[in-house]
Design a protein around this ligand. Structure first.
Ligand SMILES: N[C@@H](CCC(=O)N[C@@H](CS)C(=O)NCC(=O)O)C(=O)O
Ligand SMILES: N[C@@H](CCC(=O)N[C@@H](CS)C(=O)NCC(=O)O)C(=O)O
Ligand code: FES
Lengths: 104, 104
């Protein structure tokens, strides 16, 4: 579908992408972590997009198997949610992924 | 208002009360913690109450100054949110509060 295509394009063209909900603390934790790492992700707040937001959430589930937010992509690769991202960070594996994706 | 009165009654008559949202991970963390402490809180899922849910959320803000969920009460006393509750637990102060409220 065109919405599927637009998600694939978004994650291909932006090194770090977070599908988020603006009032969700798990989403905030991920955004805060990226801020701390001096990364500026493309953040898409699904709750601010009306019905397109829930459509996107369904498309993301179709593409990644993950319905929940936050939904994180780095270098076009699906990373997972808040716990997955924090886990990678704690293992020292997140920053290399980011550098590779941002070319820094 | 009658909704304010019903909240006051609820927290007075139930030793542990959690105002929650069913799909919220911060709310789940609090419910999981109480489960681990073998406490059965009264859980009110605001997202499952339609428009009364958002009215309750506004009443809670009026009564406690806190708009966010989870919103936790022990022994009728406003405890706070997820971080507040975890903090008390980590300081060893949560369980005494619970015992006092449940009389165990
Ligand atoms: N373990 C997951 C939990 C994700 C989760 O349960 N997210 C909730 C919000 S905190 C969710 O998306 N609920 C359904 C919804 O909001 O539509 C993570 O670390 O990201
Ligand atoms: N520090 C607070 C954060 C609470 C918070 O931001 N809660 C969010 C959900 S995770 C909220 O209530 N947002 C507004 C809403 O859902 O109506 C806590 O530990 O409980
Ligand atoms: S909505 Fe509360 S942590 Fe995501």
């Amino acid at each position: 579908s065109t919405l599927e295509e637009s998600v694939k394009t978004t994650v291909a063209e932006n090194p770090v992408v977070v599908y988020s909900k603006s009032w969700c603390s798990y989403s905030s934790q991920v955004k805060t972590l990226f801020g701390k790492l001096q990364v500026k992700p493309l953040v898409i707040e699904l709750d601010e997009l009306g019905s397109e937001g829930s459509q996107l959430q369904n498309v993301l589930e179709k593409l990644t198997g993950q319905y929940t937010v936050p939904n994180v992509f780095i270098g076009g690769k699906h990373i997972g949610g808040c716990s997955d991202t924090l886990q990678l960070y704690n293992k020292g594996e997140l920053e290399p992924l980011i550098s590779e994706a941002t070319g820094k």
